[in-house]
Design a protein around this ligand. Structure first.
Ligand code: FAD
Ligand code: SIN
Length: 536
């Protein structure tokens, strides 16, 4: 298969780019690939909303920029922060034009929510199901575009570069080029090659490397792992954001249900096992301190009290308003016997967002030619050491737009033709056989999640990181052996990718000899004076 623009991922980043590029070039072919159903993305689960300055009477770009920089703890790229905050408003307006609905006050103004680290109310939202509403609007707009093909259940295995043409490609090879991808078509069970003029990585996050995460099963860091195998640049992988308040349900593994930070924005209070509102002991901003601070405080309270959760108390809140703003949370709590008017909600931190990822420049260009990255898989410089709440949907749209702008420039410079067709070899599956049992994969997966949660979680130290590294080494070796012998499956590819991503997190954490933002190492509790990103 040959396409002009290939997009890997059908979340907010991939769909935004697809809509724009398809509209610009109606005669060109735009193809979106997604590994499960088209709407199964991190985007769909976003609750709180999208941050953006829309109320200029109370808010300003400067305030949003300042809040983002404070949260990023010295490592944000200030130029990028300014770009995202200022261009974000236009992107939000486009989303509204594509049909996304945000809640409004009776006078027609947008209802603006508040979350941790924001000095003003600036979060546009659709009740507590903002992402679902955005994904719906974007997918409907995609259906109407004539030149976009969205192929679901198509698992991308690897990015094709000169390496696949028989050349030696290393990290120092200049001008590595992306020619397209190899994919496992789950309908035909065949591995196909897709040649593309321009490719966009929009593969989302990697929360699934941890035992407890708010991310759905698709969030296995495939894009980052593929880019690393292709010898591209990755940065700041140690900065994994743990959301302070995932619903605690004994025995539930995989995806945890999120209790949006907007609940604390509306007045929810965290309490420990004794019922004490403990946040004032940790930060003057109390329950609305940035996420790294709140998550560490909860972690500490759980350790002191020997509990697996703390409580989020909403009993004092206006219950009518709670139901109106958070119907999804209300219904979920009710379904497990929690009446938010009478009972406190048990919550604990869960892996939520990857601040680092594929290193991109201000036009979403990766270190590989003809390959862009946007959304959660990218590291643009916006988040630094800690993402400000609700900045990621905004970032994804801004950089999808910038990738589109730069793709147009590239095409125009080359008079509509990127390069002659390249003879890409077929996938070589020689010598592989069907797996006889899955236990070798599922057990390794369990081990990986456990070691990442226990050794590379909210609080780290050198000994834990060293142990994690050793164990990952073994898992890597065993999984590579399986990969050489077995027919490719999504389960095996995801395990392989997650081991790579885990390694990148651990390696970056080891390189950072300080505590900053989301990375807290008890052996180096202070900040360094030298500010630097970890690049692998
Ligand atoms: P995603 O939306 O995750 O899409 C990834 C796509 O890539 C999927 O289609 C997937 O199938 C595809 N893919 C991945 N690997 C492959 C492969 N190998 N082959 C083919 N396809 C592949 N952010 C905010 O700003 N505000 C919020 O309120 C908010 N709330 C959140 C709540 C939850 C519960 C979660 C989990 C996240 C939240 N976030 C929020 C973060 C935000 O939702 C994500 O960062 C953002 O949606 C990521 O969008 P994306 O387009 O980069 O990736
Ligand atoms: C939330 O609603 O609390 C999540 C917001 C985010 O991750 O940005």
């Amino acid at each position: 298969m040959q396409t002009d623009f290939l997009i890997i991922g059908s979340g907010i980043a991939g769909l935004t780019y697809a809509l724009k590029i398809a509209q610009e070039f109606p005669d060109k072919k735009v193809t979106i690939l997604t590994k499960t159903q088209s709407d199964e993305t991190n985007t769909k689960y976003a609750q709180g909303g999208i941050a953006g300055v829309t109320d200029f009477d109370h808010d300003s770009f400067d305030k949003h920029i300042k809040d983002t920089l404070i949260s990023g703890d010295g490592l944000c790229n200030e130029h990028v922060v300014e770009i995202v905050v200022k261009e974000g408003v236009q992107r939000i307006n486009e989303l509204i034009e594509w049909g996304a609905n945000f809640d409004r006050e009776p006078d027609g103004d947008y209802k603006l929510g508040k979350e941790g680290g924001h000095s003003e109310n600036r979060i546009l939202h659709h009740k507590d199901v903002t992402g679902k509403e955005m994904e719906r609007a974007l997918l409907e707009a995609i259906k109407k575009a004539g030149n976009i093909e969205l192929i679901s259940h198509c698992f991308v295995i690897d990015i094709i570069t000169q390496h696949h043409l028989g050349y030696l490609v290393t990290k120092s090879t200049p001008d590595i080029e992306c020619y397209g991808v190899y994919v496992l078509n789950l309908a035909t069970k065949k591995i196909e090659k897709i040649a593309a003029g321009i490719t966009l990585l929009a593969t989302g996050g990697n929360g699934q490397v941890y035992r407890s995460t708010t991310n759905p099963a698709i969030a296995t860091g495939d894009g980052v792992a593929m880019l690393y195998r292709a010898k591209g640049r990755i940065e700041n992988m140690e900065f994994i954001q743990f959301h302070p308040t995932a619903l605690y349900e004994a025995g539930v593994r995989g995806q945890s249900f999120l209790i949006t930070e907007a609940v604390r924005g509306d007045g929810g209070i965290l309490r420990n096992a004794q019922g004490e509102a403990f946040m004032e002991r940790y930060d003057e901003r109390k329950d609305l301190a940035p996420r790294d601070i709140v998550a560490r405080a909860i972690d500490n309270e759980m350790k002191i009290n020997g509990t697996e959760f703390v409580y989020l108390d909403c009993r004092h809140m206006d219950q009518e308003k709670f139901l109106e703003h958070f119907p999804n949370i209300h219904a979920k709590c009710k379904s497990i016997g929690i009446d938010v008017a009478k009972d406190m909600i048990p919550v604990s931190p869960a892996a939520h967002y990857s601040c680092g990822g594929v290193k991109t420049d201000e036009w979403a260009r990766t270190s590989i030619k003809y390959l862009y990255a946007a959304g959660e898989c990218a590291s643009t410089g916006l988040h630094g050491a800690n993402r400000l709440a609700s900045n990621s949907l905004l970032e994804a749209m801004v950089f999808a737009h910038r990738a589109y702008k730069d793709s147009v420039r590239l095409l125009n410079e080359n008079e509509g033709q990127l390069r002659p067709e390249t003879a890409i070899p077929d996938w070589n599956a020689e010598g592989t056989t069907a797996p006889k049992e899955m236990i070798l994969i599922t057990q390794s997966l369990k081990e990986m999640k456990l070691l990442m949660s226990d050794y590379v979680g909210i609080v780290r130290n050198n000994e834990r990181l060293k142990r994690a590294n050793r164990r990952l080494d073994l898992l890597h070796e065993e999984t590579e052996t399986l990969y050489e012998k077995l027919e490719v499956s999504p389960q095996l590819c995801e395990l392989r990718n997650m081991i790579t991503v885990s390694y990148l997190i651990v390696k970056s954490a080891e390189l950072r000899k300080e505590s900053r933002g989301l990375h807290f190492n008890t052996d180096y509790p202070d900040r360094n004076t030298i500010l630097q990103n970890t690049i692998l």
